[in-house]
Design a protein around this ligand. Sequence first.
Ligand SMILES: Nc1ncnc2c1ncn2[C@@H]1O[C@H](COP(=O)(O)OP(=O)(O)OP(=O)(O)O)[C@@H](O)[C@H]1O
Length: 380
Amino acid sequence: MSIRLDHIQKHFGRSQALSPIDLDINSGELIGLLGPSGSGKTTLLRIIAGLETPDDHPDCRILFGERDVTHVHVRDRRIGFVFQHYALFRHMSVFDNVAFGLTVLPRRERPSSGEIRSRVMQLLEMVQLSHLAERFPAQLSGGQQQRVSLARALALKPEVLLLDEPFGALDAKVRQELRRWLRHLHDELGFTSVFVTHDQEEALELSDRVVVMSNGRIEQIDTPETLYRQPRNRFVFEFLGDVNHLEGEVRGGVLTCGEARLTLDLDDGPQEILLRPHEVQVAAAPSADAHLPAVVTAVVPVGAEVRIELNADWMDEPWMATLSHGDAERLALGRGSRVYALPRRWHHYPDSRPDSQQPDVSGDRSAKSGAKRRESGATV
Ligand SMILES: Nc1ncnc2c1ncn2[C@@H]1O[C@H](COP(=O)(O)OP(=O)(O)OP(=O)(O)O)[C@@H](O)[C@H]1O
C-alpha cells in the first residue's frame, strides 16, 4: 500500500507544528521519520494515522494507494499501531491482548473463534511468544511486551503499520533485537511501515529511506547511504553523525586560529569547516599543509576502532578522531600525548544557517602526498 501526502500542514493555535509537507511512500517501504525533539515527527505520524487532522487547505490530501483517506476516520484506515509504551491491557492474557482487535470486529466481519485462535497463535509463533500466551503483561519483560504489541498490531492484517518510538523505553541490546524483529516481519508480511525515532543509528539501520525533519519541515528524504554521503545541508550533516569544527580567518588560502594553521581553498574572511571523526588523521608531526597541534585527552577502544579525544586552545569543543588499533599502537597514544591532527577531508557550508539548503563545498587532501583536491559545490 503506497502512501501519498500532499500539502500537509498543521498549526496548534498560533504555533506551526508542520510546514506544508509533500511525501510519497512506496508500497512495502520501511520509512523512518528522524529529527530532534519538537521537529514534528509524531504530528506527521498521527496525521497519517487519522489521530490528528491537518489544517484545511484545498490541496491537502492523504492517499492510501488509490483511496483518498483525508477525511476517513482512524478506525476505517486499516492501520496497525505500535507505541513506545506498550499499552497492553493489563488484565488480559497475552493471547487475549493479541486477539482483542479481532474479537471486537462487527459480527459480520468477525472470524470464528477457531479462526481467531489459529491466527493469534500464528502471530505469537512469529514473534516467538506462543509459550507465553497465557501470561499477563506484568509477567513479561519490556522487549517481550513490545513483541506482543507488534503481534497485536498485525492481527487485523493492516497494510500500513505506524510505530511511534516503538523501542524508545528499552535498553540498547533489546532495542537491537527488536529492530531485527521489525525488519524481518516487515519483509515477510510485505506491509508499509512508518516509524518515528530520534535515534539516528536506529533510523539508518532500519529504514529503506529516512525522512529527516527539523522545525516542522522535511530537510531531506533519502536512503541511509545517500543521507550519510550526500547530506543536503548543514543541518543534515550535523544531525547524522559526530562533527568536529574549525573556525578561523582565511588569508591567501590559509586558515589560522591561534597556533592552528591549515591550507585550504576558501575565500578570504572568517570561515568554518566541519570534519567527521574518521576524516581526521592523527600524526606525530605536522604536514606542509596542516599544523594543528593537540593533546590527547581520552583514548577509548570501541570495537574495531579506537576513539581519540583531542583538545587544544584553538578548538571551541574537543575533537574526536577514529583510528585503527594498529595506528593507535604505532603512535603509542595515551592521555597527554602531544599529536597533530591532519584533516583527510573537510566540509564547508557557505551559508552557515542550519536550515540552509546549500550543498557543501568539500575539500579532500591526501595526507601522504600532501596533495590537495577541491570539489567545489560537490558533496561527499
Ligand atoms: N496537542 C498539541 N498542542 C499544542 N502543541 C502541540 C501539540 N502536539 C504537538 N505540539 C507542538 O508541535 C510541535 C511538534 O511536536 P511533535 O510532537 O510532532 O514533535 P516530535 O518531533 O515528535 O517531538 P518528540 O521527539 O519530542 O516527540 C512541537 O512544538 C510541539 O510542542
